[in-house]
Design a protein around this ligand. Structure first.
Ligand code: PMP
Length: 425
């Protein structure tokens, strides 16, 4: 038996499903998950010593490649001074300043320890600020696992075909209005009916939890306009896209300004960090200044902040995002060409360091379209690539990520393997 399989069997004895986050379990694609022992640059090694080219990147954070020497050194230096104080540090000011300097819509920012905490609190803040209860989210968007957001959610919820969680009382979600992504008319209709009851819209401004789905032209602008018109707040959940698609997230690319932005993943450089920030007058409703409560024992953890700060610094190097986007483009177009040559119905898309691969003839533009992906074919592709040393996300409904360490040679190696795999699909 392989060591991966032995570890998985052992894990299942004491950990539900053998994993600490559901999609890791390979349930939708079958087989044993790989237990990772170490990672470096674009590569990960599993418990059997097999090396993989990694396109998951810890689901987004590993934008510099794994174990970047400067990040590791900074973390080591920070750790020597103590792991957690529960009192403020200068590093927290520096990272707040770094985030606010890069993202113009963020005047003030509060650090938390995960994306879930960031979105959960952003919703509470929007409700506290507006004094309204209803929220709008979109089917296939995932905003972490707070109760009111676990309705028709993406990522693992979508992967396992169970988009609304058990254990969430109806009363907790009665104020959540779920609409179709990219259908502005439905949002208009919702505002017409409930206008003065809607606290906020929360949206992934580029969706990455139902695979990669881009906003239709005018969609984000329309959301902005409706929120402004009706006194609701616009929350961009940039947990995945923040510092991933470009230096100012999607808001920088689209030129649309949200009231509140949520961040995580990249800003922690691989350590547990999340954040929510926005207009100062809104953020001042948070405790201790205002009546909206939020707190965290490990919030602003000094080691995590050090990892995040050095990561943000390295991302600011000239040409960083141009190079990253170029590699994602080479991967997406290269895969499409090889699939086409083999006669496989396949498409791919990319933005910044994020990409989508679809077993659909054309790049999907909606939840309905992406739902028709050939998941059986995806499964075969996924396993054939994995066996040959390429690790894609184990679900047809997740976006993929390249890092700065995915150089031409790594992309070419991936494409050579894909050529063989498509030919036999
Ligand atoms: N929002 C988005 C857009 C996400 O992609 C995720 C996680 N994939 C979350 C929120 C939740 O973040 P976390 O897993 O850190 O709680």
């Amino acid at each position: 038996m392989s060591r991966n399989t032995a570890l998985f069997e052992r894990a299942c004895q004491t950990i539900p499903g053998g994993v600490n986050s559901p999609v890791r379990a390979f349930r939708s694609v079958g087989g044993s998950p790989r237990f990772i022992t170490r990672a470096q640059g674009p590569y990960m090694w599993d418990a059997d010593g097999t090396r993989y080219i990694d396109y998951v990147g810890s689901w987004g954070p590993a934008i510099l490649g794994h174990a970047h020497p400067e990040v590791i050194r900074t973390v080591q230096e920070a750790a020597v001074n103590g792991l957690s104080f529960g009192a403020p540090t200068e590093g927290e000011i520096e990272i707040a300043e770094a985030i606010a300097a890069r993202i113009p819509s963020i005047e003030k920012v509060r650090l938390v320890s995960s994306g879930t905490e960031a979105t959960m609190t952003a919703i509470r803040l929007a409700r506290g600020y507006t004094g309204r209860s209803k929220i709008i989210k979109f089917e296939g968007c995932y905003h972490g696992h707070a109760d009111s957001l676990l309705v028709k959610a993406g990522s693992g919820m979508l992967t396992f075909g169970n988009p609304t969680s058990a254990g969430v009382p109806q009363e907790f979600i009665q104020h959540t209005i779920v609409l179709d992504y990219n259908k502005l008319d439905d949002v208009k209709a919702a505002f017409k009916q409930f206008g003065d009851e809607i606290a906020c819209i929360i949206v992934e401004p580029i969706a990455g939890n139902m695979n990669l789905i881009k906003p239709a032209p005018g969609f984000l602008e329309g959301l902005r306009e409706l929120c402004t018109q009706h006194g609701a707040l616009l929350i961009f959940d940039e947990v995945m896209t923040g510092f991933r698609v470009g230096p100012q997230g999607v808001q920088g690319l689209a030129g649309v300004t949200p009231d509140i932005t949520t961040l995580a993943k990249v800003i922690g450089g691989g350590m547990p960090v999340g954040a929510f920030g926005g207009r100062a007058d809104i953020m001042e409703h948070i405790a201790p200044l205002g009546p909206v409560y939020q707190a965290g024992t490990l919030s602003g953890n000094p080691v995590a902040v050090a990892a995040g700060l050095v990561t943000l610094k390295l991302l600011s190097e000239p040409g960083f995002y141009e190079n990253l986007a170029a590699q994602a483009k080479k991967l997406a177009t290269g895969l499409s060409e090889r699939a086409a040559a083999a006669g496989v119905a396949f498409s791919a898309d990319h933005v910044g360091g994020m990409f989508g691969i679809y077993f659909n003839e054309k790049v999907p533009t909606s939840f309905a379209e992406v739902s028709t992906s050939d998941t059986e074919l995806f499964k075969r592709f996924f396993h054939a690539m994995l066996i040959k040393g390429v690790y894609f996300a184990p679900s047809a409904f997740e976006a993929g990520f390249v890092s700065a360490a995915h150089d031409d040679q790594v992309i070419q190696a991936t494409l050579d393997i894909a050529e063989q795999v498509f030919a036999k699909l």
